[in-house]
Ligand binder design. Structure first.
Ligand code: SF4
Length: 134
């Protein structure tokens, strides 16, 4: 029988937005898009904000757009200079308080192989940058 692993449950995005930084990632299909996604998870699980569904805003979800509009701060992690996650937020008029482009620090490659070190490097940079913004 499979072992039951206790899952860490997160506060609902609409509630978290009232007092937390909301994290939006592009989640693109390249190394840098995946690093953006994994960095969002690392930051969320480390208590540095709450990752929310960027694709839902892109798909026209009013509920998700409202989360971005009322967020304490919007932290956006884009894989590359196309800035897809930032553009999705901009289209609904959401304020972007901080954004990072992963490919400025890690070369964009057509691969889905990423390393834990690369994810940690981006997450650590974001935490450091945000310290100087508070
Ligand atoms: S920002 Fe770059 S990596 Fe991310 S979804 Fe857009 S094109 Fe893909």
């Amino acid at each position: 029988m499979a072992k039951t692993v206790e899952k860490k449950l997160l506060e609902a995005c609409h509630k978290a937005a009232e007092h937390s930084d909301m994290i939006w990632v592009c989640g693109g299909a390249s190394n840098v898009g995946l690093i953006a996604h994994e960095a969002g998870i690392l930051l969320t699980n480390g208590g540095n904000g709450r990752m929310c569904c960027t694709a839902a805003i892109g798909a026209g979800s009013v509920v998700h757009a409202e989360i971005a509009l009322k967020a304490k701060r919007n932290i956006v992690i884009n894989g590359c200079g196309n800035r897809c996650a930032s553009k999705i937020l901009e289209r609904v008029g959401a304020r972007i308080d901080y954004e990072v482009i992963v490919s400025n620090y890690i070369q964009k490659l057509p691969t889905l192989d990423i390393s834990e070190d690369e994810v940690k490097k981006i997450a650590a940079k974001i935490v450091e940058d945000l310290k100087s913004k508070t």
